[in-house]
Design a protein around this ligand. Structure first.
Ligand code: G6P
Length: 489
């Protein structure tokens, strides 16, 4: 790195993701209110101090006028964010359509949309075209801001076409791509009409990362079986060019959660919650209201537990926080109604004049309320049907230092590979098994809880999000140096 004022300047890191880490609300013709949303990726990168980080992405709002665009660009610049402006039609076809109605369910083993095959096939092509167009728009913005020596880190299934667009602009760009969802078995991936084009464009990256070794293996198999390329222990080779493929399991900023528990307002929340649920065990679910999270299956398993264990009926409560998401996609609208119907039926069946067994909230909680809730929970239920990693399980563990509650965790979440020894692993489709695990968790002796918690707490506090981000970026830098050495031989 070149020196500036005697100090070595930091390497610039351009993080490209569909969504910027801020939400924007328009307050006037040329004024915007911005709020930082501290998700997994944001907290991961906040902790990486050795890079000069900038974000490039969609601000989540449609801004069609120039005054609004200019004002938003200026406001975002103060947060080191650079917007990509997508119009309503593109958002509909690219984000609601190709990303969330095709790739998302497919990568979580829910298959391609099946109703009205003909219409789907026709709209499939236009959605894929919009996907490519949107990826090109991201590439244009990256290219405008790129400076020699920058590292460009592309994120997630929204931007699988981006590595190729970037390399077409400039083959010298250092490009990494990371997938936050599972990468499915090649047998699932091969059903996708645009399977080869997407694989080839991801392979244009220098380093391709996944949360687990299995996802990386599936990706390499898809490249060998579908594209006929050679898979090596390092990655995928195509005519002498190696794309490195590896697993980089993400974590959380565990200190942020642990510190929050000491705050007076969180202690106050904890006290209120303890009073509110006194005399009952508290079970907790925190999920985006998404079909991959297995919320209906979880609630049905809880119902089965209540049926089988009448003694517990007024001694346990399930609090399900279901954060609304992608509400323009019909599949998500159907899921919301389905969950409400099941919750209503079970509360009607097991409720009393003074208490109901399920508290279901269709909203998010602020960070402090969430920490308090994690801290007072006896049993957390993370029963995703598939999940890239699932950081709710990590957050729960980080907040349980004093209570040592039990984590019931789906074997189909990436987190099962890291927290499996401390959690009770379940197949979320097997409602009888999940119901039995609820019983086991509620009755678990203190020494077993302590042992299981200790295992998970050690993992969560040592495999942090900061370490994840720093490892990926330094590996990307190394990969490029190795490639240069190979070509100079
Ligand atoms: C998943 C994806 C993220 C996405 C998040 C929220 O975790 O991997 O890329 O940002 O869901 O979904 P949304 O569609 O609201 O961005």
């Amino acid at each position: 790195c070149e020196k500036q004022n005697g100090q070595p300047s930091k390497q610039r890191l351009l993080v490209v993701a569909n969504r910027l880490p801020v939400s924007a609300v328009r307050k006037g013709e040329d004024s915007w209110q911005l709020e930082i949303s501290v998700g997994g990726l944001v907290s991961a990168l906040l902790g990486v101090k050795e890079f000069d980080t900038r974000w490039i992405g969609w601000a989540g709002v449609n801004v069609s006028d120039e005054i609004g665009q200019r004002a938003l660009t200026k406001a975002l610049a103060e947060k080191r964010c650079i917007p990509v402006f997508l119009d309503e039609e593109i958002v509909h076809q690219y984000y609601n359509g190709y990303c969330n109605n095709i790739l998302w369910p497919l990568f979580h083993y829910l298959g391609l949309p099946q109703e009205d095959r003909l219409a789907t096939t026709r709209s499939f092509q236009s959605q894929f075209d919009a996907y490519k167009k949107a990826n090109q728009m991201f590439a244009d913005v990256v290219n405008q801001h790129y400076q020699e020596g920058d590292v460009v880190w592309c994120h997630d299934y929204h931007l699988m076409f981006l590595p190729k667009c970037l390399k077409d602009y400039n083959n010298e760009m250092k490009v990494g791509w990371f997938l936050h969802t599972p990468f499915p078995s090649s047998e699932i991936h091969r059903t996708l009409p645009s399977r080869s084009e997407l694989l080839r464009s991801v392979l244009a990256a220098d380093l391709v990362g996944f949360h687990t070794y299995d996802y990386a293996r599936h990706f390499v198999s898809a490249c060998t079986r579908i594209l006929g390329l050679e898979g090596t222990p390092e990655g995928v080779e195509d005519q002498g060019k190696l794309t490195r493929v590896a697993a980089f399991p993400i974590g959380i900023d565990s200190d942020r959660f642990i510190r929050a528990l000491e705050l007076p307002q969180v202690q106050e929340h904890i006290k209120e919650l303890k009073d509110r649920f006194a005399g009952r065990k508290l079970m907790l679910g925190v999920d985006r209201l998404d079909m991959i999270k297995g919320i209906p299956q979880k609630i049905l398993a809880f119902e089965h537990f209540l049926e089988e264990n009448p003694d517990w009926q007024d001694k346990v409560v399930l609090l399900q926080i279901a954060v609304p998401t992608r509400t323009d996609v019909p599949e998500y609208q159907r899921l919301t109604s389905q969950v409400h119907e099941i919750v209503g039926r079970i509360n009607g069946r097991f409720g009393t004049l003074t208490a109901v067994p399920i508290h279901h909230l269709d909203r998010s909680l602020d960070f402090h309320a969430l920490c308090a809730l994690y801290a007072v929970t006896d049993v957390a239920l993370v029963t995703s049907l598939r999940d890239g990693m699932n950081l709710v399980s990590y957050e729960f563990v980080a907040c349980q230092a004093s209570k040592k509650g039990v984590l019931i965790l789906s074997e189909f979440a990436g987190a099962a590979q890291s927290l499996g020894a401390g959690a009770i692993l379940v197949n979320p489709w097997n409602i009888t098994e999940v119901a039995a695990s609820i019983g086991y968790a509620l009755n678990m002796p203190a020494d077993e809880r302590e042992k299981r918690h200790h295992h998970n707490f050690m993992h969560v506090t040592t495999h942090t999000s900061q370490e994840w981000a720093a490892t990926f970026v330094s590996e990307l830098n190394d990969t490029i140096v190795e490639a240069q050495l190979r070509t100079s031989k």
